[in-house]
Design a protein around this ligand. Structure first.
Ligand code: 13P
Length: 267
């Protein structure tokens, strides 16, 4: 198989809305994003939104009706395809709604809702089973960082989640390095820290699955990203894009991040 040229990786900006915006607010927001998206960068930057489950059908309809170049994502899914799992949402349900990307193992699921590495692995396999793309979120807490455990944490999270994943599946995977101490805190990792974390994550994917696949997979940084720090964060050779929380909720701040991402790589 020919070596994968690293420049072949298309940049990505993904907005994780978390538990914000009901379906009416969601419709307004994606319409506004549609009006403001800098069209000239879209060949180089893939733009994704991850609204709450209750918004997905409405957002899907608006994107289709208005031909808005946003890709639909979800924030979580169950490891099983159906069954007595009150409150959970299954991967095939998301696939039917035109969802392409599903966040798996976001730190809020891990730390606030007790999702463990095995459950993350099951969710990742469910996403792949239904021909969607997992965005595997990994990252260390402030305490783990202070104890110099960042690499070990990333290794454990990536090894467990990708057990049994084939090289062709890993090549299209998205990893998101989101240090927990940088999420929602306004404390952004330095560009050097972001690059180091993304580079560790890529190396762990290479060690766990396949080197060529790991060079093809995209790795995002997440944690207090805003338009002003996007370009410097994405300057790192292993940082292919950003996963954005707070600054993705408003069309103007989100589109400014997309524009900044578009300025980084000429494709
Ligand atoms: P903030 O951008 O609000 O720090 O959130 C990051 C995040 O958790 C994205 O998934």
């Amino acid at each position: 198989m020919a070596a994968v040229n690293e420049t072949a990786r298309r940049s990505m900006v993904a907005g994780n809305w978390k538990m914000h915006h009901d379906h009416l607010q969601a419709i307004r927001t994606v319409q506004e994003i549609g009006l403001r998206l800098p069209a000239e960068v879209l060949p180089r930057v893939e733009v994704v939104v991850h609204p709450p489950f209750t918004d997905l059908r409405s957002v899907q309809t608006v994107l289709e009706d208005r031909a808005i170049s946003l890709v639909l994502g979800a924030q979580h899914c169950a490891g099983e395809d159906s069954g007595p799992f009150t409150g959970e949402v299954a991967a095939p349900m998301l696939a039917r709604l035109g969802v392409r990307y599903v966040l798996v193992g976001h730190s809020e699921r891990r730390h606030l809702f007790g999702q463990d590495d095995e459950q993350v692995a099951a969710a990742l396999r469910a996403v792949l089973r239904h021909d969607m793309v997992p965005v595997l979120c990994v990252g260390e807490t402030g305490q783990e960082r202070a104890a110099d455990e960042t690499e070990a944490v990333l290794e454990r999270q990536i090894r467990t989640a990708t057990a049994g994943v084939r090289a062709d599946q890993a090549a299209s995977l998205v990893l998101a390095y989101e240090p927990v101490w940088a999420i929602g805190t306004g404390v952004t990792a330095t560009p050097a820290d972001a690059q180091q974390g993304c580079s560790h994550a890529r190396r762990m994917l290479a060690a766990s699955v396949d080197d060529t696949a790991a060079r093809a997979a995209r790795v995002l940084y997440g944690g207090s990203v805003v338009a002003e720090n996007t370009a410097e964060l994405m300057a790192g050779a292993d940082v292919d894009g950003v996963l954005v929380g707070g600054a993705s909720l408003q069309a103007d701040s989100f589109c400014a991040i997309v524009a900044a991402a578009g300025s980084v790589r000429s494709g």
